[in-house]
Design a protein around this ligand. Structure first.
Ligand code: GLA
Length: 385
């Protein structure tokens, strides 16, 4: 049974009638451009083949009734006027955060059944996939006049304002705007974007996602600290966003000999060098040169996230090190950091060897072997049925 039929069937069993439609939105990995989005820089994500599906139907009792096949013990049933941050809690908050924003347009309530296969807590944006699937569903079902960029904001606000996770727009943009066979080059300052062809299979390559199984939690982790550090660095440099700093040399004034100055200097240096790496990766992909040559830029990006931005963890470092030692062209942690997944660019014929080498390294670190997915650049959010 396909994803739409499974979600529709589960909806019918839960709510006693067929849904009015089923929508899907994917998780993402970012090829390069980490922690640049809230600094006004560029990002280059691809959508994963893994999606979250939302089967949706209208109801007439003024309630939002939610069920997730991944959280069968955490149904939610809330009157629309009672929606507020924290109500309902947990996974349902991402859905409620979207519905809350359009509650004035919801005639009598909504029933929503969620199913999906984006791993949670792996840094692959399962939360954005959920919010985006629901945002697209309510847009279509309620005939709301929302352009794709507006949907990005609806989904982001659900996370930022309702759930309290201070994300940028990377994840929601990737989930809503990505196109199969392409990476999305997005300028997060003016929101312009370009689809950059990224055909790994034709090049005999695979982009592995290695989920370390260590969890991350943006709301409670150092993500917010990094944002504040970037804002402080920008303020000291007299710019609104770090993106506006012309070059790395202009950051020297931050290093005033104090520990804090040194820290802000390193944080800002990551943002500027990462922005440069995005452009270097994009020029390789645009030029039609062998995509293997982006590998070292990925590994360089990891070193910068580890040393300058300090968002990696030892298991992610071990993962990257082992993958590269086993022949990956490049590897790096992805997402916000403090756990989650790494990516490794490998020859199709080397997938097994690299996977085995990483598993072996993890065993030596007394960690369970990572879950491995193949990141084929896939389609963004869409209606399935
Ligand atoms: C998380 C956030 C994104 C982005 C990345 C880091 O995934 O949700 O907005 O900041 O971290 O690049």
């Amino acid at each position: 049974m396909n994803g739409a039929a499974t979600a529709a069937g589960a909806f019918a069993r839960r709510f006693g009638s067929a849904p009015e439609g089923v929508w899907a939105a994917p998780g993402r990995v970012n090829v390069i451009g980490e922690h640049t989005d809230y600094n006004g820089g560029h990002v280059l994500p691809i959508a994963l083949p893994r999606t979250t599906r939302a089967a949706v139907g209208r109801r007439d009792d003024g309630r939002l009734v939610l069920r997730s096949l991944q959280h069968p013990d955490a149904d939610a049933d809330v009157a629309l006027p009672d929606l507020r941050p924290g109500t309902p809690p947990g996974w349902a908050g991402y859905v409620a955060g979207v519905v809350h924003q359009v509650a004035g347009s919801v005639p009598g309530g909504l029933s929503i059944l969620v199913d999906g296969d984006v791993p949670e807590g792996a840094g692959l944006s399962s939360s954005a996939a959920l919010a985006c699937a629901v945002a697209l569903a309510v847009r279509d079902l309620l005939h709301l006049d929302l352009a794709p960029g507006d949907l990005v904001d609806v989904a982001r606000r659900a996370e930022n304002d309702f759930v309290g996770a201070p994300t940028g727009i990377l994840d929601q943009s990737a989930s809503l705007l990505c196109v199969e066979g392409h990476a999305l080059l997005l300028d997060t300052r003016d929101r312009s974007s370009e689809q950059v062809p990224f055909d790994l299979t034709a090049a005999g390559l695979a982009l592995l996602v290695l989920d370390t199984g260590t969890t991350h939690d943006h709301a409670a982790s150092g993500y917010g600290d990094r944002r504040r550090e970037c804002e402080e660095a920008a303020a000291r440099l007299g710019v609104g966003l770090l993106r506006e700093v012309p070059d790395v040399a202009a950051l020297d004034v931050l290093a005033d000999g104090s520990a804090e100055g040194d820290r802000l200097h390193r944080r800002a240096r990551h943002v500027l060098t990462e922005e440069d790496r995005v452009h270097r990766v994009v020029s390789v992909l645009r030029s039609g040169a062998d995509p293997r040559s982006i590998g070292p830029l990925l590994t360089e990006g990891h070193a910068s996230l580890r040393e300058d931005f300090a968002v990696s963890v030892p298991l992610l470092d071990a993962c990257v090190e082992a993958a590269v030692a086993a022949g990956a062209h490049g590897a790096r942690m992805v997402g916000g950091g403090f756990g989650g997944s790494a990516i490794a660019l490998v020859d199709a014929g080397a997938v097994d060897a690299v996977t085995a080498a990483v598993a072996d390294r993890f065993a030596r670190e007394s960690a369970a072997a990572p879950r491995v997915l193949s990141a084929v650049p896939s389609a963004g959010a869409r209606r399935l049925a």
